[in-house]
Ligand binder design. Structure first.
Ligand SMILES: [Zn+2]
Ligand SMILES: [Zn+2]
Length: 206
């Protein structure tokens, strides 16, 4: 058989030699970035099947397989990759995609970035919901807090918790009680700091 494109003699696929076929048909559409959530508490990755604990290289292989489909006429694609850490949450991936079409195997190389999104898996979320060491009670001085004050205190505390997220401080739940707010905090020390900050910001006493 002769390639209709370049005239080379040998096996052809839809009239094309392997080289011309590869030129015309990419194996995959290489994405610039891929995202995957990872639980900051237990290290699980969020895959299509749900949260699962596995080492990073295995997770990378799964993410590639789940998020990058073969482009027709390729029916199947398998990936091999090398990861280089740019920082804790960004991996530069050098990927080889091996596509199969009939007896033809075609290789496409590309680079992409895997962005790891810090998150909290369902079971860690649940665990935190039950866990607390102390309760910070925010009340009005001899009166009930107004809805506006409650909203502002909630926003303030949420912002403080975001900043402290790395060192294991968190609010496991917030309850609106009659005329005030209760924050269930992960550590007593954090509860004290938070109480001082709230008092400073809203002009109260601890
Ligand atoms: Zn050809
Ligand atoms: Zn977790």
């Amino acid at each position: 058989m002769f390639c209709v494109e370049c005239g080379a003699e040998g096996p052809t696929y839809d009239g094309l030699c392997a080289k011309c076929f590869a030129k015309r048909h990419p194996v995959v559409e290489a994405p610039a970035t891929l995202d995957v959530e990872r639980c900051t508490s237990c290290g699980s990755f969020r895959l299509r099947s749900g949260w699962s604990k596995m080492d990073r290289d295995l997770a990378i292989a799964r993410v590639l397989r789940e998020q990058i489909p073969a482009v027709a006429p390729f029916e199947r694609v398998t990936f091999t990759s090398v990861a280089r850490e740019e920082d804790a949450n960004n991996l530069a991936l050098t990927v080889k995609a091996l596509g199969r079409y009939r007896e033809l195997e075609s290789v496409q190389d590309f680079r992409t970035r895997l962005r790891i999104k810090p998150s909290l898996c369902d079971s860690c979320q649940k665990q935190r919901g039950r866990y607390y060491q102390g309760i910070l009670q925010v009340r009005g001085d001899g009166r009930e807090l107004t809805p506006e004050e409650i909203r502002r205190v909630r926003t303030f505390v949420a912002a403080r918790v975001d900043r402290g997220a790395a060192d294991g401080t968190f609010v496991s739940r917030t309850e609106e009680v009659h005329g005030g707010l209760d924050f269930y905090v992960s550590t007593n020390a954090f509860g004290k700091t938070l109480a001082r900050d709230v008092a400073d910001a809203f002009g109260g006493t601890v």
